[in-house]
Design a protein around this ligand. Structure first.
Ligand SMILES: [Zn+2]
Length: 336
């Protein structure tokens, strides 16, 4: 794939100023608005990005950056919440164009940015021949340009102090970034997925790291911030942190229970991954419909569900839950 082609190249670049020297970029993933965001933060002559999105939407990322008034040359730091391809997939290719930038990432994620071989192999097992279309070329980040984060140890970046909070649950190496002065938390995926204008907070539960206990600890950590604003990668800024995180907790328990009930039946009795996927899709659709301010227009509902599925596919959620269930069963058999 060339440097300027990609699944999101014709639909992204939407820039929303959030104040405090923060801008939200819509990367137009899959040709849709409102699926994957990146955030530009600027101050003191520095410019940083929080999340890069996938390599497939790099043109939209650069267009958004230009829309804010910056060139890749201006970038001094790139922070990623975790190394999943929808969050950090463009890091290597972006750094080729951003000679001054360093990448800030959880130490467990760092080696996979420097050598994405394993990351690409495991993603290829899931996405097969749709890899390139979805994610684009995954380039390595030069190791000397990676600055591994330490939990709770603040960094002065782009005119502010950003504190990395190690927040496992969705991924074991997940980091949220806390800007105390602006009372803003950049929550990656551990803060859930929520469409713009929706009240439904959907937990993204992909393989292989899903950990309910760790996730609950991370939700508590985010709640303790008493943030004025949560900035989710999927998608946007939300001012009702307490309600949002409470919803996430409830819906995470709901997915766990749905998986347990479905998979306990066993594959012979309809308790397989396909059944779980269907139930998760139905739960997502029902939750979206319940809070739709526009009422029950079926076309609009289908569109909202498609946007949510683009951010957190139900088959992926079912894979993660299925793996959790299998591990749990193995652990119980081991201890019993
Ligand atoms: Zn994500």
């Amino acid at each position: 794939m060339s440097d300027d082609a990609g699944v999101g190249s014709d639909a992204g670049g939407g820039v929303t100023p959030l104040g405090d020297g923060v801008w939200q970029l819509d990367l137009g993933f899959g040709g849709r608005p409102g699926v994957i965001a990146a955030y530009v933060v600027a101050g003191d002559g520095e410019v940083a990005l929080i999340e890069t999105g996938p390599a497939s939407t790099l043109p939209a990322l650069l267009a958004g950056l230009a829309g804010v008034g910056f060139a890749p040359d201006d970038l001094t730091a790139v922070l990623v919440t975790h190394i999943h391809l929808d969050h950090a997939g463009a890091a290597g290719r972006l750094l080729r164009r951003a000679p001054r930038a360093t990448v800030h990432v959880h130490p467990v994620g760092a080696p996979h940015l420097a050598d994405p071989t394993k990351l690409v192999a495991s993603a290829t097992r899931i996405y097969g021949d749709r890899m390139d279309e979805l994610w684009g070329e995954i380039a390595p980040v030069p190791a000397q340009r990676i600055m591994p984060l330490e939990d709770g140890v603040p960094r002065a970046i782009a005119g502010r102090v950003l504190t990395p909070l190690f927040t496992p649950g969705h991924a074991s190496h997940h980091v949220a970034f806390w800007d105390a002065a602006a009372s803003t938390a950049f929550t990656g995926d551990v803060g859930g997925v929520r469409l713009a204008g929706s009240g439904y907070v959907c937990p993204p539960t992909p393989p292989p790291d899903l950990d309910f206990a760790a996730w609950e600890g991370s939700i508590r950590r985010l709640e303790a911030l008493d943030a004025r604003r949560l900035c989710a990668t999927h998608f946007g800024a939300f001012a009702d942190a307490a309600a949002h995180l409470g919803q996430l907790r409830e819906n995470l328990a709901r997915f766990r229970d749905l998986a347990a009930v479905t998979l306990a039946a066993g594959p012979g009795a309809g308790g397989d991954q396909a059944a779980l996927t269907a139930r998760i899709t139905a739960a997502m659709a029902e939750a979206l419909a319940a809070d739709d301010p526009a009422g029950a227009d079926p076309a609009a509902q289908a569109e909202r569900l498609a946007t949510l599925e683009a951010a957190t596919p139900s088959y992926m959620a079912a894979m993660g839950l299925g793996r959790w269930w299998a591990k749990r069963g193995a652990a119980e058999r081991g201890s019993g």
